[in-house]
Design a protein around this ligand. Structure first.
Ligand code: AMP
Ligand code: MG
Length: 343
């Protein structure tokens, strides 16, 4: 049994993964409401909160399962907030010492990319290896609050970066837009709720870098163009136009993501395409992603709700998906880790 531990940002999470059964339990404690009043994650508060949250999560785990069944521990070592990563690693080291089992470091971004395969493994663990043959090479789109990138997982499971945002992440663009519109935090889901009744074609927001030959994204111009638009609108008028503005703004983000992903799919022979990260909760993005994959004849793999945002299931699963680095060595925190980095 593998114990996964995640604490890179504002989620403290544990997961137990049985190699022959898949994930058997997940426990998560989110800090979203704590940070809401500051309009974003406060690193110092976040790390203190992990300190409080892990003990109750471990007690919950022990109600359902015995620590004696755990034979290895995997923990996020980066990227993430340094103080937060340190908390998860401290828990991992303490358990590793007391249980006498090895501990491995996992790259959080690689785990996000791999998370779309979790259900395939859980459904039929014994057939996973042969099923994977039919899904690689795979194109991964990771869209979260801190990252937006396209990566290729090759037949040999090596990961190559194809493109990434040169400024804001997609989730950051949604959060900043929602803040300008006074919708609160986290902005992505709030914006989505208002956008539902709006017209996505009403306002023309920029889609940056679309003519460029590369697969990079840029979202910083989007919030600037929203700010200019808002300067010309009075308060009472804004209420009435809000659904159309939200819908058009969200559409600009989704459209840029889909167009670049489609372009990357056309550039090489991929057998599947995956969508993961917190922004992949967005219904419009999920729908368009699936339509695009169908049109291009590639199998779409979408992370299920529990595995879109930060979670420990994907950290445990990463141990199944790729050979780990060295066990029992000192685990360093790597706050700025790139997806290409293996620990
Ligand atoms: P993560 O960084 O993976 O924890 O994901 C958090 C990011 O996902 C934040 O920027 C949220 O605003 C965004 N997000 C969460 N749910 C949605 C949604 N339904 N639509 C758009 N963005 C979302
Ligand atoms: Mg994440």
């Amino acid at each position: 049994m593998i114990l996964g531990i995640e604490s890179s940002c504002d989620e403290s999470a544990l997961a137990l993964l049985d190699r022959s059964k898949g994930i058997v339990g997940e426990w998560i404690s989110s800090q979203v409401s704590l940070h809401a009043e500051y309009g974003g994650v406060v690193p110092e508060l976040a790390s203190r909160e992990h300190l409080k949250n892990f003990a109750p999560l471990l007690r919950e785990l022990r109600k359902q399962s015995s620590f004696a069944e755990i034979d290895e521990i995997v923990v996020t070592a980066g990227p993430g907030l340094a103080g937060c990563l340190a908390m998860g690693i401290a828990v991992a080291n303490a358990l590793s010492t007391s249980l006498g089992v090895p501990v491995y470091a996992v790259n959080h971004l690689r785990a996000h990319a791999q998370s779309v395969f979790i259900d395939r493994h859980s459904d039929r663990p014994s057939e996973f290896e042969s099923e994977l043959e039919r899904m690689l090479p795979h194109l991964s789109l990771i869209v979260s609050g801190g990252n937006t990138l396209l990566a290729c997982i090759g037949k040999d499971r090596t990961i190559k970066l194809i493109g990434e945002t040169i400024d804001d992440a997609a989730g950051e663009a949604l959060d900043k837009g929602a803040k300008l519109l006074g919708l609160g935090y986290p902005g992505g889901p709030k914006l989505e709720a208002v956008a539902k009744s709006g017209n996505p074609k009403k306002y023309e927001f920029p889609r940056a870098l679309m003519q460029k030959a590369n697969f990079d994204f840029s979202f910083s111009g989007l919030k600037t163009s929203l700010r200019y638009l808002l300067e010309g609108i009075s308060g009472s008028d804004l209420d009435q136009r809000l659904p159309d503005i939200c819908s058009s703004y969200q559409e600009a983000v989704v459209d840029a993501l889909i167009r670049k992903t489609a372009k990357a799919l056309g550039d090489s022979d991929y057998l599947s395409v995956g969508l993961s990260g917190g922004v992949s909760n967005n219904r419009s993005l999920r729908q368009r992603f699936q339509n695009m994959a169908k049109r291009l004849n590639v199998t779409p793999l979408l992370a299920r709700k529990e595995h879109t945002g930060d979670n420990a299931g994907m950290i445990a699963f990463s141990r199944i998906f790729e050979d780990p680095g060295n066990a029992d060595t000192k685990i360093d925190i790597v706050p700025g880790a790139r997806i290409t980095q293996r620990f």
